[in-house]
Design a binder for this molecule. Structure first.
Ligand code: FE
Ligand code: FE
Ligand code: MG
Length: 162
């Protein structure tokens, strides 16, 4: 990245890159959890749920892309091996072993709630230090808040059938 561009980052750049790589690990695991969840899901409103899960998978992948671009711009290296995803993740991975709509929604709601907490913390760390990364994280956090709401809304609809 440009010399001046790096200079304006008011925190240790190596530490920032590490935090972004941890978020990157989360995004890849979230991407796969949604993607494979959409394949195996069964139960009420399966079609609508599948569509939403696929959409969210795509959005998690877009977050991974944003994080990776910023890591590279900061002069860092994005995680290069999937085994690092497990080592670096904040939020972990929940395998959709129970393919019922309810179980999958619950797992992904939990994941979104974790992501919201992680990005909220990251914003606190970045405040007044790195406006570029701050702005990017704000945009990601907006999506995570929307994801949680989307899933909770479907869950309410499903519960209202019974
Ligand atoms: Fe995400
Ligand atoms: Fe999300
Ligand atoms: Mg959505």
């Amino acid at each position: 990245m440009g010399t001046k561009g790096r200079e304006i980052v008011g925190m240790e750049v190596g530490k920032l890159i590490e935090l972004l790589n941890k978020a990157l690990a989360d995004e890849w695991l979230a991407y796969y959890q949604y993607w494979v969840g959409a394949k195996v899901v069964k139960g009420p409103m399966r079609g609508a749920v599948e569509t939403e899960l696929i959409e969210h998978a795509g959005e998690e992948l877009a977050h991974a892309e944003m994080l990776t671009n910023r890591i590279i711009q900061l002069g860092g290296a994005p995680l290069l091996s999937p085994e690092d995803w497990y080592k670096m993740t904040n939020c972990g991975y929940d395998a959709p072993r129970d393919p019922s709509v309810k179980a999958i929604l619950e797992q992904n709601i939990k994941g979104e709630q974790c992501a919201i907490g992680v990005y909220q913390e990251l914003l606190k760390t970045l405040e007044g230090k790195d406006p570029i990364t701050y702005h990017m994280v704000e945009r990601i956090l907006e999506d995570e808040v929307e994801h949680e709401e989307d899933l909770e809304t479907i869950m309410e609809d499903i519960k209202s059938f019974k």
